[in-house]
Design a protein around this ligand. Structure first.
Ligand code: LLP
Length: 395
């Protein structure tokens, strides 16, 4: 991701910023398209992972659909050229305003998370003399074996409708006239790399699909959600395992003629294409600890502080050949707590990071930050908005 020219270029740019390697993004999107089209699977991009305009435009150019979680995401997806017939709208708390906006935009499908929501969508659609396409988001009680803060498919989670409520759903679907039942939707969690989880999900989708079909509800859409994880420990391994992922669904999902299989991938498409680039402001050598104090913190990348997420950290200046030759680097790694400038003790990217001896002004890369990075930035402490920088060529 970083050759000497890139690092040279960074020297003149104010930090912190997100650096997007558009070649990595392209390679990832190519791999996803190739692996999914083999089975005619429909991929929607989970906009929440990253709505940097260049990223969104590039994803859109692949013909993927958009998975949105707010009225503004629906609006942005359509403005960026996503086909409204490929826009799905999930979210446990859709407001009336958002539902109305999505109805006006004639999106493909609402992924509905409660019986009450179904009734409200029906009511709002009726007021516009429209019929809303819906998929029922069902909580399959499948353990995603991921960090508990990003698990969504267990009975204890707020998302989706639990299976014991399905009779009520069926009754509502029969009586509500401004709703068109399209199918069933699932999403069990994020950063899942264990394919066994998806195999278990397939079993549950098959069972729940049967349940609906046995009661006379034809299913057109089987939406398995997103969640495919990336390798945060090897940031230069650019391509997530799309092949194994889609293969599991092709093998274990019962797909009847006329049915479509949909996915909502976020992280896997964008995580590896970006790094947060910061500078060392101060080096504090304490008796017990050495601190590298960066000009980026939890306001620019929240994941380590919120989910104890691991991001690989590199000192680009010391690793590159453009380092200041007058500074003799002993070559031995030093352990640093890499921290930000924010007035919170949790504002630490990682403790005890092995790095070459580092100095004020060194450029630091926090890798694999393309998903849930820039989008989760805040201006806490009245921080400036974080900027984006792009690779200059796409080959
Ligand atoms: N579909 C639904 C209904 C979702 O809730 C999500 C993510 C996705 C698809 C996309 O999941 P992905 O393919 O990106 O795993 N901020 C957390 C992750 C939150 C995920 C929220 N839902 C993080 O930084 O790890």
């Amino acid at each position: 991701m970083f050759n000497n020219n890139t690092i040279q270029r960074f020297k003149d740019i104010e930090t912190p910023f997100y650096y997007y390697d558009l070649n990595v993004l392209k390679n990832t999107l190519d791999a996803c398209r190739d692996a999914s089209s083999k089975y005619n699977f429909h991929v929607h991009y989970a906009m929440k992972a990253n709505f940097n305009p260049k990223v969104v435009d590039m994803v859109q150019s692949y013909g993927f659909g958009a998975d949105c979680v707010s009225g503004n995401e629906v609006k942005a997806a359509i403005e960026h050229g996503f086909d409204k017939g490929k826009v799905v709208f999930a979210g446990v708390g859709k407001s009336d305003k958002e539902i109305n906006a999505a109805l006006d935009a004639d999106i493909f499908c609402f992924n509905v998370e409660s019986v009450q929501e179904l009734e409200i969508i029906n009511e709002l659609a009726a007021a516009k003399s429209k019929v809303a396409g819906v998929a029922i988001r069902i909580n399959p009680n499948v353990d995603a074996h991921t960090h508990h803060f990003i698990t969504t498919g267990l009975d204890e989670n707020k998302f989706g409708i639990n299976t014991w409520q399905l009779n009520e759903v069926a009754e509502a679907l029969r009586s509500l006239k401004n709703i068109k039942f399209l199918g069933i939707h699932f999403h069990v969690g994020s950063q899942i790399t264990d394919m066994e989880v998806y195999r278990n999900l397939c079993t549950r989708i098959n069972e729940i699909g049967e349940w609906f079909e046995d009661r006379g509800f034809a299913i057109k859409v089987l939406n398995a959600g997103g969640g495919l994880g990336v390798d945060y420990y090897n940031p230069d391994t650019n391509i997530p395992d799309f092949k194994s992922y889609f293969e599991v669904f092709s093998k274990f999902l019962n797909v009847k003629p006329g049915q479509e299989v949909h996915f909502e991938l976020g992280r896997a498409l964008v995580a590896q294409s970006s790094s947060l680039i910061a500078r060392v402001l101060y080096v504090k050598n304490g008796q017990k600890k050495n601190f590298l104090i960066l000009d980026a913190g939890m306001t620019e990348l929240m994941r380590p502080m919120l989910y104890q997420a691991y991001h690989s950290i590199q000192n680009l200046t010391q690793e590159s050949s453009i380092k200041n030759q007058e500074i003799s680097n002993s070559g031995e790694a030093i352990k640093y707590d890499v921290v930000g400038p924010i007035c919170e003790s949790t504002d630490c990217f990682r403790k005890d990071v092995d790095l070459p001896q580092s100095f004020r002004g060194d450029l630091i890369a926090i890798r694999t930050a393309g998903a849930y990075g820039e989008v989760m930035a805040s201006n806490y402490n009245l921080r400036d908005k974080v900027e984006s920088v792009y690779s200059e060529t796409i080959g």
